[in-house]
Design a protein. Structure first.
Length: 91
């Protein structure tokens, strides 16, 4: 999937910085390890915890008043965005 490809690509880009020698390696080692590790953890969370939480929180059925307000507001924002993108593409 796209999440797996993105996770592997980003980790593969930043991981080699951890093995760079000299002054560059000394400066970027912690940055590379932190970034590659956080990308891998983010990918695991995106594939495991997020779907489980969504299934538990987003129940089918009647929505609260707050949910209806949020949905209608998001729908209006989406329509405005769609008109702006369509207009800019026609231009």
């Amino acid at each position: 999937s796209a999440v797996v490809a993105m996770t592997i690509t980003l980790a593969a880009v930043f991981a080699p910085l951890a093995f760079t020698g000299g002054l560059t390696g000394a400066l970027f080692r912690e940055f590379a390890v932190t970034l590659a590790g956080s990308v891998v953890i983010s990918g695991v969370v995106a594939l495991t915890i997020t779907p489980m939480m969504s299934a538990r929180i987003l129940r089918a059925g009647s929505h609260s008043r707050f949910q209806r307000i949020v949905d209608s507001t998001f729908g209006r924002v989406e329509n405005i965005y769609e008109r702006l993108v369509s207009g800019s593409l026609k231009y």
